[in-house]
Each structure stands twice: as structure tokens, then as C-alpha cells.
Design a protein. Structure first.
Length: 295
């Protein structure tokens, strides 16, 4: 079973071009399933039955895993066994009818425009790290980047003259995003007076560097966002993805077309982007009251 997991992960990396984070998550789910099977004396995928798959997920639920985590495991198992069946390694797919747990429908919670202004303005000092952090927060909000995308932005990806940045998102898809005046000024300041003081012999071309000159990690960016949110007096636990939600919601509030927002966010389907029309119901109601003759 372990050899087939390795083969499947190679397929995800080379043929599907999926992100490293997705590969690591899928490997963890499949190896946990393989370990559970090994404890029962089962080492071959030929011996896996639909009942075993359901039993495994039920035990994971009893272990305290959230519905989201269990759904990720179920998806990993379904895709894994579909792959083995398509390659002729299995005659029938035991995960073909494996149900996925229903998740509670939650809407993304954006920050208000006032909160965002306070957040990006919180790093107001002149130290290299505060200059870096101001540029980082401005870029996250100005472009609606995923945390993995901002971690991988390199010097050659930024076109200062054109005011755009090139990022590679899910599915290894590349897109160009306008940076905006405020973010561009913050990044230029960081590149001229902040980053040079953080560079080390092993820095490479990553734009955002740690105090030791290494590329910033997702965990460190989480810490930075939460630190400045607290400093800005925002009581809730802010996470980097909220800046992406805020980016999309504020664009929609300003009248941007949903298709444009879809392109900027890098969503494969417009259905994913449409969730922001629900987030912004307050704005829609205000427009209706203002312009409808009986509003």
C-alpha cells in the first residue's frame, strides 16, 4: 500500500501539478489509513472494502477530528482509489460510493474597511522588520493573495513599472494582479531600505525575508498578521485569509464585476466567487433602499 501511495503522490506532483501543501495533506491522510490497516494485518489495497473505509472514517470522528478534516480524508481516499482503479491496479473501486460528510455552511468574515486601514497602518516604524511587515500586509490586502502565494513571490515576479505582480496559485495556474498605489509604495520602500538589511548569503530571490534572511513561512505570516491585528485594536482572532476575503468583499462593495473578482482571486469557478455576494447583503440592501422607488 505504501508503494501505491508514493506512486499516487508522484502523479499529483508531476501530472496534476497540485500544490506541495495539498500533497502533504493527502499523504498524511493516506498514510494514516495505511497504518490503521497495517494494525489489522492488511497491507494490500486489494483487500480494502467499502465497509472498512466507512469504519475508518467513523473512528476518526470518534477520535475528535472535525467534519472538515474528515471530509479531506474522505476526498483523499476517493481520489486515491479512483486513481488505482483507472490504472488497472484494482478491478473495482471500494471508495466509489464513499459518502462525504456535510459541512456547516459558513460565510467568510471580512474585516471592515476601517479595520483594514488600521491593520495595514499598524507597522508604522522605520525598522527593517516593520517596513517589511507594512509591505506584506499591503500586498496581501491589495491583491487578495493566498498565504502560499505571498510566500512564493520573488523579485522577478514584481513589475514595479507596470504595477503588477505575477503569482502562481492552485493547480499551478499563473495570474497577473494589479498591485495598487499604496501597496506598491510600501513594497518599493521595503525593497530599498528594508530588505537589503535582511539579506543573507542564502536568501535567494524571495521578496519577503525573515530576520535571518530566509523566506518567510506561512506560520510566521500568521504570527505577523495576528500581532498587528492586536496592535490595531481588532479584538477578533484575525488570520491571513481574512485579508483575501476583505479584498474581494470591498471590491464587490465598490461595484467591481464578479467575473473580474474571480479572475483576481484565481478561482476556477464563478460559483466559488459568488459566496461574496452573500457576504455583502448589507450593501445590496442599502443600494436597493437608495435606488428603488419603493425601497
Amino acid at each position: 500500500m505504501q508503494g501505491e501511495i508514493d506512486l499516487f503522490l508522484l502523479y499529483l506532483a508531476t501530472e496534476r501539478g497540485l500544490s506541495t501543501n495539498y500533497q502533504l495533506s493527502t499523504r498524511a491522510s493516506l498514510e494514516r489509513f495505511a497504518k490503521w490497516n497495517a494494525g489489522r494485518g492488511i497491507t494490500s489495497t486489494l483487500d480494502v472494502t467499502p465497509v472498512m473505509l466507512t469504519e475508518f472514517l467513523m473512528l476518526e470522528k470518534k477520535r475528535g477530528l472535525s467534519a472538515t478534516s474528515i471530509k479531506l480524508q474522505a476526498v483523499a481516499l476517493r481520489v486515491f482509489f479512483r486513481f488505482l482503479t483507472s490504472r488497472g491496479r484494482l478491478r473495482t473501486d471500494p471508495a466509489d460510493k464513499l459518502p462525504l460528510p456535510r459541512l456547516p455552511h459558513t460565510l467568510p468574515q471580512p474585516l471592515s474597511q476601517n479595520e483594514m486601514a488600521r491593520l495595514v497602518g499598524a507597522p508604522s516604524g522605520n525598522t527593517p522588520l516593520e517596513i517589511r511587515d507594512r509591505a506584506l500586509l499591503e500586498l496581501l490586502y491589495a491583491c487578495g493573495l493566498r498565504i502560499s502565494e505571498v510566500c512564493s513571490v520573488r523579485l522577478e515576479h514584481l513589475d514595479e513599472e507596470g504595477g503588477v505582480v505575477r503569482v502562481t496559485g492552485k493547480g499551478n495556474k499563473t495570474r497577473l494582479i494589479p498591485v495598487g498605489r499604496a501597496a506598491l509604495e510600501a513594497i518599493k520602500s521595503y525593497l530599498s531600505s528594508g530588505r537589503p538589511k535582511l539579506v543573507s548569503a542564502r536568501s535567494g530571490a524571495s521578496i519577503f525575508l525573515s530576520v535571518r534572511g530566509h523566506p518567510l513561512t506561512p506560520a510566521r505570516i500568521w504570527q505577523i498578521v495576528r500581532y498587528y491585528a492586536k496592535r490595531a485594536g481588532i479584538e477578533e482572532q484575525v488570520h491571513p485569509h481574512q485579508l483575501r476575503h476583505s479584498f474581494a468583499t470591498h471590491l464587490l462593495s465598490g461595484g467591481a464585476d464578479l467575473r473580474i473578482i474571480q479572475e483576481l482571486l484565481g478561482h476556477a469557478s464563478i460559483a466559488t466567487t459568488q459566496i461574496y455576494t452573500q457576504v455583502d447583503r448589507g450593501q445590496l440592501k442599502a443600494v436597493h433602499r437608495k435606488f428603488h422607488p419603493r425601497g
